[in-house]
Ligand binder design. Structure first.
Ligand code: UT7
Length: 313
């Protein structure tokens, strides 16, 4: 079916760990509120000198090493991000320079917010299938420095997010199952930020919650239908890590045990496009994600956007 095989992963978190208790010292919030509503217990924020690029490079280096792929074999470097350090050049170009990827590598960023990594995987697959890339491997990144968009006096947003990067090295696998489903409900109000009039991230949390619980189960079923698979044929469900309650509600709608869905938002908060590749890397390094297994990844977030794809480990 010409799907993607996951050959290696990496992750990089910045150095400044901030716990819920740390927030409670300066904001009208509590560990109990944050933990009960979201599952989040701590997150990492960039310290002086740490950037979206430096996180991306750290994650990418690990992923190439894990995959046993040389920089010279990479034909595509694609970074999903909505918080790149600069508007231009693309973050992926700075990764190319730092890792010594060949000058024949296509490097680009995409912004689909928390759906970004899933969208980048589908983009990578299409470009690999197109046959015009100079190398058979794609380096797919999710890298975010969301702290640059946070209002640290707004308890309704700043406690939810974190900085970080995750990376995956993939190649085409004719035997791997594939299906991709995407959607967009254009809405500039529900979740937005980074503009001249709205420098900080702002959202209607309840509306995002409802949107996620409504669209993601339908998206997951659509991916499975397209691939001709049942949920039983999928070994792992790796969803965007925004909120544990969202994942549990999605599990309930799909009549699945919550334990089938990987969760790590307790350690990292919501790292947007980085959350799925960080999760894949944790699973792989813990021996939870084994060669030959099938993973369904699904993202959802600002746009509003959503998407789901399959991956062969
Ligand atoms: O990648 C996608 C990004 N977005 C998301 O994932 C957001 C999805 N939504 C959510 O996760 C939840 O809606 C939240 C965690 C954001 C909020 O949970 P909620 O149960 O929907 O709470 P709420 O927004 O209805 O607020 C309930 C109360 C409010 O106080 P009042 O008006 O009832 O007095 C808020 O002001 O909780 C208050 N509140 C807080 N209290 C303590 C909001 N933030 C905090 C906080 N600490 N950090």
């Amino acid at each position: 079916m010409n799907g993607l095989q996951l050959l290696g992963t990496g992750r990089c978190l910045p150095s400044r760990r901030v716990t819920n208790e740390d927030f409670a010292r300066t904001l009208d919030t509590s560990d109990a509120w944050i933990t009960e509503r979201t599952g989040i217990r701590q997150r990492y924020f960039c310290a002086e000198g740490e950037t979206a690029v430096s996180l991306a490079v750290g994650a990418a280096r690990q992923a190439l090493e894990d995959a046993g792929v040389q920089p010279g074999q990479v034909g595509l470097c694609i970074a999903a991000t909505f918080t790149a350090d600069r508007r231009t050049p693309a973050l992926a170009c700075e990764v190319q320079a730092a890792l010594g990827l060949p000058q024949t590598t296509l490097c680009l960023d995409i912004n689909a917010a928390c759906t970004g990594f899933v969208a980048a995987l589908e983009t990578a697959r299409c470009l690999l299938l197109g046959g015009q890339l100079a190398g058979p491997y794609a380096l797919v990144l999710g890298a975010e420095k969301i702290s640059s968009l946070l209002d640290f006096s707004d308890r309704s947003t700043c406690v939810l997010f974190g900085d970080g990067a995750g990376a995956a090295v993939v190649r085409l696998d004719p035997q791997a199952p594939w299906a991709a489903v995407f959607g967009t409900r254009g809405d500039g109000q529900v979740l937005h930020g980074g503009g001249p009039e709205d420098p900080y991230l702002a959202m209607d949390g309840r509306a995002v919650f409802r949107f996620a619980v409504e669209t993601v189960p339908v998206c997951i079923r659509a991916v499975l239908d397209k691939a001709g698979l049942t949920l039983d044929a999928v070994d792992h469900l790796v969803l965007h890590q925004a909120n544990s309650r969202i994942i549990h509600s999605i599990a309930k709608k799909l009549e699945q045990a919550p334990a089938r869905f990987y969760e790590n938002m307790q350690r990292y908060g919501n790292t947007s496009a980085a959350s799925i590749p960080i999760a894949l890397d944790e699973m792989r390094r813990a021996g939870q994600l084994c060669p030959g297994q099938t993973v369904l990844c699904a993202g959802f977030g600002a746009g509003l956007t959503w998407g789901g794809v399959l991956l062969r480990a």
